[in-house]
Design a protein around this ligand. Structure first.
Ligand code: MN
Length: 273
């Protein structure tokens, strides 16, 4: 438990045992949806063996839920771990946890409006993180949430040269959250991106369409000068399409559940990677 974990020694939060609400059960539907989110993000090509999705605890905003250190496609309800906002696991019971969990905790701390976070290395997005000349912008109505510009976090400006580019501590998590600011998407130079939303389903939707927008923008740029969505179009399209997120979720869920069940049958659920 928390007090036996080495991470707890550096936590600035009270020890878990002193918290009277420590056993608040997570909404079972939310837990199931988090498993589904893992599977959808795999099936839609946003994550592979790496990348992760979290959701804020529905009864304690000072905690979030995230799978243990494993491939998202194989995640089950038993693999979900609770963390405090410093990234200290509360019930890992010795299980490995993601090195980059600090992305999630520090964004939840900085942004009370955020309920879910997706971090990925989705392949079409990474090129936009390494070029100065071409910022990612919304090019299609499904991705209006991206707006007219995307902040790009360069770890070198915060931690100097020679890092592994990963967000492996709370200081780096704070710096990333600062670069994200009030936006919903932040690129991470030479690494990937992180997207947030006020619901889990919307965060998954945005992660999928961040990848789609990156592919579309790159394809359009080879054809000629791009007419991007304007600021006003970005706002209107995102406001309207995001009322339809349930439709994408329901379809993606059916497809992903079948695909991930087949994978689990083939490889066995719960492999630690
Ligand atoms: Mn990463």
């Amino acid at each position: 438990m928390h007090q036996n974990n080495a991470e707890a020694a550096t936590s600035v939060l009270p020890a878990t045992d002193s918290r009277p609400d420590r056993d608040l059960p997570v909404d079972p539907d939310l837990l199931r949806d988090l498993v589904t989110a893992n599977h959808i993000l795999y099936d839609q090509g946003v994550v592979d063996a790496f990348g992760h999705v979290s959701v804020r605890h529905d009864k304690d905003p000072g905690r979030f839920l995230l799978a243990r250190n494993m491939a998202p496609a194989l995640v089950t309800e038993e693999d979900i771990v609770e963390f405090d906002l410093d990234g200290a696991p509360l019930n890992a019971a010795g299980r490995g946890v993601y090195m980059e969990r600090f992305i999630h905790g520090q964004i939840y701390r900085a942004r009370p409006d955020v309920i879910a976070v997706v971090h990925s290395h989705s392949p079409s997005v990474v090129p936009f993180s390494v070029v100065k000349e071409t910022p990612m912008r919304a090019v299609c109505h499904m991705a209006g949430f991206i707006g007219t510009g995307t902040p790009n976090f360069d770890i070198r400006e915060v931690a100097g040269d020679g890092t592994d580019l990963l967000i492996t501590n709370n200081d780096l998590g704070k710096a990333l959250a600062k670069t994200l600011g009030e936006k919903v998407l932040v690129l991470m130079r030479g690494h990937g991106s992180t997207v947030v939303a006020d619901t889990l389903k919307k965060a998954v939707y945005r992660a999928v369409y961040t990848e789609v927008n990156a592919r579309t923008q790159a394809a359009a740029s080879r054809l000629g000068e791009i007419t991007f969505l304007s600021e006003a179009e970005s706002e209107t399209t995102s406001r309207n399409i995001e009322t339809q997120v349930f439709r994408a979720w329901d379809f993606w869920k059916q497809k992903a559940t079948a695909a991930c069940a087949a994978l689990s049958n083939q490889f066995g659920a719960g492999q630690e990677l």
